[in-house]
Design a protein around this ligand. Structure first.
Ligand code: URA
Ligand code: ZN
Length: 374
């Protein structure tokens, strides 16, 4: 095990947010079964299927989602020294303007307080956080003000953001004010999926076997991230804001694998202008953006994905370990570690095959440097 392990992809739902979900009856919500069994977290639109009994919808949700002491114990169990915690999806995306603004400051103050209390003198485990933005307020100046105030919270290192932006995606020109504030404050944007692909991609509403969460999480999530960041690229966000720093969840979805194809299509499109398109496309190449603006987490569970991530980023210094805790099934009685975390560690060890320096950088050193976690 290297000296210092940092988890940059690890979520919490503060207790107040859990209570808010419990009071709701539409997605996202928490359902408490009448028989006092384990509550269910129903956050994905595909979970809220009336043909599924409500006590079986979504996934079980226990204290690992909201109790920071459970997170600290998880860190000890898996040799993690420092975690950069973030609110989990769907963040504040579903709240009306007035509530989103209030909730953003409540959540961010709460995350900061969790970091302060964990980081007491003598405590071995350290916490930092990615803040949450009231994006559904669709009020760019208000959101930009929120961003500019974040450096007053000493443990905030960036913001977590979904792919919907102000409602229509991340190529929306109204977001420029927000990108500008993020660039100026040099807060890292942790871009994380939630919406996946439309049901039609998996057979539509008539389909009887949905295979649980496999299709939405294994394929819907990564493709959503890929589409979101590609739309940012195509609309010239990285041309206009060349210092923007974006950490892509799940090793960039499929971006490292598809970057060459994206670049090729952009070059073709300049000649074809198919469908009457007039956009000249981005001035900077996707490879340049990958090496300058993009960081990737190492949450991909296999050497092929990790090697593509390293190759696309021009080396191992833009890749950072993560776990996606607590989105795991409960441990069985004979297990003490979560298989997805151990799979992840093994994939990193295998990818660097004896190159201890690079492996240690991915496991912790890169995050310490990039996110200033001293
Ligand atoms: N991981 C997440 O972060 N969110 C989900 O909804 C599922 C897995
Ligand atoms: Zn996640």
């Amino acid at each position: 095990m290297p000296d210092y392990v940092v988890d940059v992809h690890t979520h919490v739902y503060p207790p107040a947010y859990m209570a808010m979900l419990r009071a709701r009856k539409t997605v996202p919500y928490i359902h408490d079964p009448a028989d006092k069994g384990t509550p269910r977290l129903i956050i994905l639109s595909s979970d809220d299927d009336p043909s599924i009994p409500i006590d079986k919808r979504g996934r079980p949700v226990d204290s690992s989602y909201s109790d920071i002491n459970v997170k600290l114990k998880f860190m000890s169990q898996h040799g993690i020294d420092c975690s950069v915690i973030s609110l989990a999806n769907p963040w504040l995306d579903f709240l009306p303007e007035s509530e989103a603004v209030e909730w953003a400051s409540r959540i961010n103050d709460n995350l900061e307080a969790l970091c302060v209390s964990a980081n007491q003198e003598g405590e071995k485990k350290k916490l930092f956080a990615f803040a949450t933005l009231p994006l559904s307020s669709a009020n760019p100046p208000r959101i930009a003000d929120e961003i500019k105030a974040l450096p007053s919270l000493p443990h905030i290192r960036g913001v977590i953001m979904g792919t919907s932006g102000l409602g229509i995606g991340l190529d929306d020109p109204r977001l420029d004010e927000i990108w500008k504030a993020l660039e100026e404050t040099q807060l890292v944007i942790f871009l994380h999926p939630h919406y996946g692909l439309p049901d039609e991609a998996f057979g539509g509403p008539e389909v009887t076997n949905r295979y649980g969460h496999v299709l939405p999480l294994a394929l819907g999530f990564p493709l959503e991230t890929t589409i979101a960041v590609t739309r940012m690229l195509l609309s010239g966000v990285f041309d206009r804001f060349p210092k923007l720093q974006v950490l892509l969840a799940h090793s960039g979805g499929t971006l490292p694998f598809l970057a060459g194809r994206i670049e090729s299509c952009i070059l073709h499109e300049r000649k074809f202008t198919a469908n009457g398109g007039t956009v000249p496309g981005p001035q900077r190449s996707v490879w340049d953006v990958l090496k300058t603006n993009i960081y990737l987490d190492a949450v991909v569970y296999g050497t092929a994905g990790l090697k593509a991530a390293v190759e696309a980023g021009g080396g191992s210094d833009r890749l950072m370990f993560g776990t996606d805790h607590p989105f795991f099934p409960p441990l069985s009685d004979d297990e003490t570690e979560w298989p997805s975390v151990t799979t992840n560690y093994k994939a990193i060890a295998d990818s660097f095959d004896g190159d201890q320096v690079s492996a240690a950088a991915v496991l912790g050193g890169n995050a310490v440097r990039i996110l200033n976690l001293q």
